[in-house]
Write a protein that binds this ligand. Structure first.
Ligand code: T4K
Length: 376
């Protein structure tokens, strides 16, 4: 067995600014006595994100799930009830957001190449009741946005992307938030860019701003007008301050991640039984996650055994995303043909990766994996 590391290595550690700097930055909140509900720091972050993400509209939320929930509520207002074609290979938030708003999930299989929804299987699932496609840029790997756009146009469907993992990603030189009708970014502590908890919707149609502001504020549309149901999903000034400071450092963070991923690829590409995702030339990645797929026949043990052995070494990889969402009690009655998604979910493992991970830490993980495989 490889040595147990002195310090535990978690799958992710949050990126944080300098403590004193954060304290200094929040002083203005005491002076302004404005803590939440579209405060000045919230508004500044909104503008800076529109600039950084190169998108026309950003609406901020207290977390990514509420943002997606709000997008679904807006879809429900526009299209009524219906079916949504969605990926089962995602964090459960994606599916819950649609299901909790009364939509029927129709699960579509994924591709073995990048684990995103298999666009070639979408059209077979479209019925008269289909209202939208809900796809996740899982691990920050972009879906086939062009093809999905064509299908959606042909069948008059909305496209909503769960871009929780995809902050800073570009496809063919265009930022990821410019594809589809609405994209949701998560700014959770574990993400490439964080506001402690937080999230955003980005969208082309500026008219949606009024609706999102209403839905995220209890349905309130003016001092004496409550127009609909809604949530309390507003981002507060402490979160926004964290966001402004982290945004300044996010490019450096992504660059460090890139170097760590390159080292992982160098050290693991020759290990039989480990499948690394093929990265595409037309994509600017954000290196949000470091997934490896374990082929148990070639590796000599399965993903679960490797996971347990890594824990013994003090390395806490994660089975993102297992169980497959279509297999959990809430969703298993929705019949679906998902051979690839089941295959991937049973074999995938995400290794530690974050903006400040050291080369030594990456080497320790790779050496542990090699030693475990070789039974040393
Ligand atoms: N859609 C997708 C595709 C998503 O992945 C997510 C969230 C959402 C939607 C919803 O967005 P949010 O509403 O969350 O903004 C974590 C995150 O909590 C969750 O945000 C994320 N996806 C998911 C993939 O990962 P868990 O259950 O794995 O979290 P937990 O507590 O086990 O933490 C993960 C690791 O991070 C652990 O090793 C501990 C470490 N950690 C965590 C926190 C919170 C830290 O070192 N420091 C911290 O502050 O869900």
């Amino acid at each position: 067995m490889p040595k147990k590391l002195k310090k535990a290595l978690l799958v992710v550690e949050p990126s944080m600014p300098d403590y004193e700097e954060y304290c200094k930055a929040i002083k203005s909140i005491w002076n302004a006595k404005w803590l939440t509900n579209n405060g000045p720091i919230h508004n500044k972050l909104t503008l800076e994100l529109e600039h950084f993400l190169k998108v026309p509209n950003v609406t901020l939320f207290v977390n990514g799930h509420s943002a997606l929930d709000c997008a679904m509520k807006r879809l429900r207002e526009e299209r009524g009830e219906g079916e949504i074609i969605m990926t089962p290979f995602t964090f459960v938030s994606t599916n819950h957001a649609a299901f909790m708003n009364g939509f029927t999930p129709v699960f579509c299989d994924i591709k073995k190449s990048d684990y995103t929804i298999d666009e070639s299987k979408i059209e077979d699932l479209i019925t008269k009741k289909t209202v939208a496609i809900l796809a996740t840029h899982v691990y920050g790997y972009p879906c086939n946005v062009e093809e999905i756009n064509k299908i959606a146009k042909k069948h008059n469907l909305k496209v909503i992307y769960d871009a929780a993992h995809a902050f800073g990603v570009e496809v063919d030189g265009k930022t990821i938030g410019n594809y589809g009708d609405i994209s949701m970014f998560s700014f959770h502590a574990t993400k490439v860019f964080n506001t402690i908890e937080g999230g955003a919707l980005v969208y082309k149609d500026s008219n949606l701003k009024y609706d999102f502001d209403r839905i995220k504020d209890f349905g309130i549309a003016g001092a004496e007008a409550i127009k609909s149901i809604g949530l309390n999903a507003k981002m507060n000034e402490f979160q926004a301050t964290m966001g402004l400071l982290n945004l300044r450092d996010v490019k450096k963070n992504i660059n460090n991640r890139k170097k760590a991923v390159q080292l992982y690829y160098k050290m693991l590409s020759e290990v039989s039984g480990i499948v690394l995702s093929a990265l595409k030339d037309n994509v600017k990645y954000n290196y949000a996650y470091m997934p490896i797929l374990i082929d148990e026949k070639k590796f000599g043990m399965d993903r679960n055994q490797l996971y347990d052995k890594l824990v013994e070494c003090n390395i806490f990889a994660r089975k993102y995303f297992y169980p497959l969402i279509s297999n959990i009690d809430t969703y298993k009655s929705f019949k679906a043909n998902l051979p690839v998604a089941n295959y991937v979910s049973d074999r995938i493992l995400c290794l530690p990766l974050y903006g400040h991970i050291t080369r030594e830490d990456v080497k320790s993980v790779c050496e542990a994996i090699k030693a475990i495989r070789n039974g040393k």
